[in-house]
Design a protein around this ligand. Structure first.
Ligand code: CP
Length: 292
């Protein structure tokens, strides 16, 4: 039984094995498989989610597991119950694994030392979002066949982005060249990664745009949406300067017309909706790994 708290500590071989297993699940013709029959998985979201929450639920159901969906907004968290007590409560009821999203950093790692069932990080603060990065790697591998030597630009609000961090750790292990591009007040200087200008960032094989995370900004970090778009957005004009073989990615949800123009979201170079599709086999592989 194995938790997945982040990709920083995960071996390259383990990452490749999850990607390979996801490819196996994607190729299966039947929609539901009973490998996790009789297992109970709880999805515990202390922060909002659409993609991660529902693709975990689809993945769990496709593996035949029983699914419990916990939502902090309608739970005893509203009466002051702690995250630890919530997870411990579900463990005592007999869940076999837990998927957790939460805001504070460090809490998940601490809970994992006190809980016996495997825990999967569905995003914790700006620390890690391992399954998002795994589905991103899977999407890139499907496109290019090989991650070694691939040039990946991650553009936008890297300071607040757990997606940028998990992608950085994993892509570096697999031999890709990762660079960040961010406004001066949204950089991540504590990370060992080169920050480059937007014109340089557009030359990459993968142009990954990040959402401006207004809910994590204290005070007015951006002047206006239009000002951000002008300086750091992937506009139709900027996209014309990308290489013809390059792809556009974004973890979503998307601020259309801010970090990416509306016309580009489903353009031929975009892999944004395929990323969401790839999230299901990746999460099947991760849940199976936790419970097998
Ligand atoms: N990409 C992602 O984590 O989306 P959600 O917040 O909707 O889960």
């Amino acid at each position: 039984q194995r938790s997945l708290l982040g990709l920083k500590e995960l071996d390259k071989e383990e990452i490749v094995s999850i990607l390979d297993r996801a490819a196996y699940w994607e190729a299966q013709p039947e929609k539901v498989n009973g490998v996790l029959n009789g297992k109970f998985v709880a999805n515990m979201f202390f922060e909002n989610s659409t993609r991660t929450r529902f693709s975990f639920e689809v993945a769990e159901k496709r593996l035949g597991a029983e699914v419990l969906n916990f939502s902090a907004a309608v739970s005893s968290v509203q009466k002051g119950e702690s995250i630890y007590d919530t997870v411990r409560t579900l463990e005592s009821m007999g869940i076999d694994a837990g998927v957790i999203r939460l805001k504070p950093i460090g809490v998940l790692a601490d809970i994992a030392t006190k809980i016996k069932v495997p825990l999967i990080n569905a995003g914790d603060g700006n620390n890690e979002h391992p399954t998002q990065a795994l589905l991103d790697l899977y999407t890139m591998r499907k496109q290019f066949g090989e991650l070694r030597g691939l040039n990946v630009s991650i553009i936008g609000d890297v300071m607040h982005s757990r997606v940028a961090r998990s992608n950085l750790w994993a892509l570096k292990k697999l031999g890709a060249n990762v660079k960040f591009c961010a406004p001066a007040n949204m950089t991540a200087p504590e990370l060992d990664v080169e920050h480059i200008a937007i014109d340089e960032a557009l030359k990459a094989d993968v142009v990954m745009m990040l959402r401006v995370q207004l809910e994590r900004h204290e005070g007015g970090i951006i002047k206006s949406a239009e000002d951000y778009r002008t300086q750091y957005g992937l506009t139709v004009e900027r996209a014309k300067r990308m290489a013809p073989h390059a792809i556009i990615m974004h973890p979503a949800p998307i601020n259309r017309g801010v970090e990416i123009d509306d016309e580009l979201v489903e353009c031929p170079q975009s892999r944004i909706f395929p990323q969401m599709q790839n999230g299901v086999p990746i999460r099947m592989a991760v849940i199976e790994r936790a419970l097998s």
